[in-house]
Design a protein around this ligand. Structure first.
Ligand code: NI
Length: 174
């Protein structure tokens, strides 16, 4: 296992559309997933998409449990999703202050569909299908966007609700 460098906004690889994975349960795929988990944990990330480490394949992971970067959100199950898809359930919209390991030190307020049904495969090729809401639904959609070259800063409803974590926290506590 290895911690891989995380690409930062401005790197053109973060703006490309990633390719579907064709083969499951290979040593290369297992190594990649292990590296993604190690890289995400080292950075206290809630999720990570393969293109963030320069691998342009449709793979995402996420996991939230007592995360110091997201202390106020509910837990999200540790998940590997390959070739994911999703559909929106209902009209409800939810908003969160999102961050991204590719946009370090910043947060922005993003609104997304509150309830979704998603599906995909794990690294063994086993299919996964779930309904998600709240932060779980947001994390999925944030990571899914990475697979299409989209960053959360593209989805800010109001560019004034975007800034550095310390300044936002200081303003909130003032
Ligand atoms: Ni991100």
């Amino acid at each position: 296992m290895a911690i891989r460098p995380i690409l930062r906004m401005g790197d053109p690889r973060l703006r490309q559309v990633s390719q579907a994975v064709a083969e499951f349960d290979t040593p290369e795929l297992h190594e990649l997933i292990a590296d993604m988990f190690e890289t995400m944990a080292a950075a206290d990330g809630a999720g990570l998409a393969a293109p963030q480490i320069g691998v342009l394949q449709r793979i995402m992971i996420f996991s939230v449990d007592d995360n110091p970067r997201y202390p106020d959100v509910e837990a999200v199950p540790t998940t590997v999703l390959i070739n994911p898809q999703f559909t929106v359930i209902g009209q409800e919209i939810d908003g969160f202050w999102e961050g991204c390991l590719s946009v370090p030190g910043m947060r922005g307020y993003v609104q997304r569909p509150a309830r979704i049904r998603y599906s995909g495969f794990d690294q063994f090729g086993k299919s996964i299908e779930r309904e998600a809401e709240g932060f779980h639904a947001t994390v999925f959609q944030h990571e899914y966007d990475h697979l299409d070259g989209i960053l959360y800063v593209d989805r800010l409803a109001d560019p004034r609700q975007f800034g550095f974590v310390e300044e936002l926290a200081a303003a909130d506590g003032a």
